[in-house]
Design a protein around this ligand. Structure first.
Ligand SMILES: [Zn+2]
Length: 65
């Protein structure tokens, strides 16, 4: 019985780096806590600004005279 099987690896959805898909990695499928937080948008509330494009509906309203 071998427990030395190589754990599967996935690409981190945030940075694309190799991430261990294994219980050892609590942030899987992300490579680290930071990438998981970024993906969840947590940073948006802590000064990490992601530009938000106005929706088409908002653009329509603006030019509706
Ligand atoms: Zn990452």
């Amino acid at each position: 019985m071998s427990l030395e099987k190589a754990p599967p690896k996935v690409s981190c959805p945030t940075c694309g780096k190799e991430a261990l898909y294994h219980p050892q990695n609590p942030w899987r499928p992300f490579c680290c806590e930071r990438c998981k937080l970024i993906d969840l948008g947590v940073w948006a509330n802590e000064g990490y600004r992601i530009p938000v494009a106005p929706t088409q509906q908002e653009l329509d309203d603006e030019f509706d005279t």
